[in-house]
Design a binder for this molecule. Sequence first.
Ligand code: PLP
Length: 388
Amino acid sequence: MDSNQIINEDKKYVASTYARFPVALKDGKGSRLYDYEGKEYIDCGSGIAVNIFGINDEEWKAAVTAQLGSVQHTSNLYYSKPQADLAKMLCERTGASKVFFGNSGAEANECAIKAARKYSDNKYNSSRKEIITIKNSFHGRTIATLSATGQDAFHKYYGPFVEGFKYADPTINGIKACLNADTCAIMVETIQGESGVNVLGADFLKQVENLCCEKDILLIVDEVQTGNGRTGYLYSYEAFGIHPDIVTTAKGLAGGLPLGACMLFGKCADVFGYGDHGSTFGGNPVACAGACNILSRITGDLLAEVQGKGAYFKANLERIKNVEEVTGMGLMIGIKTNKPASDIANKCLQKGLLVLTAHGKVRLLPALNIKKEEIDIALKILNEVIGE
Ligand SMILES: *Cc1c(COP(=O)(O)O)cnc(C)c1O
């Protein structure tokens, strides 16, 4: 099989929802990937912030295959050690009280939406159900999470959408303009990844937190992309000094297997009772075993390393001609240039570098253990392509 055969087969049989790059990746190691012709690529996307320790990581693979060799799935009708262990680790590391597991970011956010509405239903009444989200946010592709997503481009074709979402400008006055007696939660990303790596300021987030406390409105932080060490913090809200009631995560959590988590803090701990929510695959033991390994390796040393690598990337990117702005935190990086981002991404691909784009910016989300020499190759190629 060569890449062209795979591409043709895909185009014929796979639903055409993805504008894919013309490359089929066969294997790799760490932050180096190879296509079917043996061409090498430096990976600055890590499967969209998923492969925290890169491709084919030995320790992670050992944890996953050990679990595969004992039991691959049991359903949530029975207790599962990897799932209980992972929930304990997440609670101990974050201060959360309880965790619900799904398989993706969208499912984690669905759970957060349900938890917020149930909390409000239990305590107030059945009409206090509105959730404020932020303009340009991204919360997923299910109908409810699309409804939560504050971008008109996502509100086409599939209506009627789920009611009860309001989209605020990312300012406290923007939030107040959407607030009313029916508001039950405010849902934010600390850094909006899909809409171009926009950092929402610490002041704004703190003001939102204060407002939430004052009115018993739940603060939901979507850490699907920013979580699991990506920003140089285990979860990025820590960097902003806020204390959410609900935190969702997925992408990097299991290091390359599908897993989502909705963490319930303090007053939300016991919002769900038997039968209130569920999932067949959610918290799958293989994915949870992978996640336990990942989480145990996101140490203070690793987080410091991520911050250092992020600063190194930023300093060197800012030196490249035609770069107008570098945004983000840690190894979640947005690059604004005066050229079309998709042209840059395609030229990088030809030169052996995988990068992502988001709302007109080039976006880098490399593995957290990307090596210094791999960062330097990436910077060299970016310099050639952007600086030309
Ligand atoms: C990717 C993403 C999602 C959706 O996650 P899926 O696993 O694709 O469902 C939700 N929120 C944010 C912030 C994301 O980056």
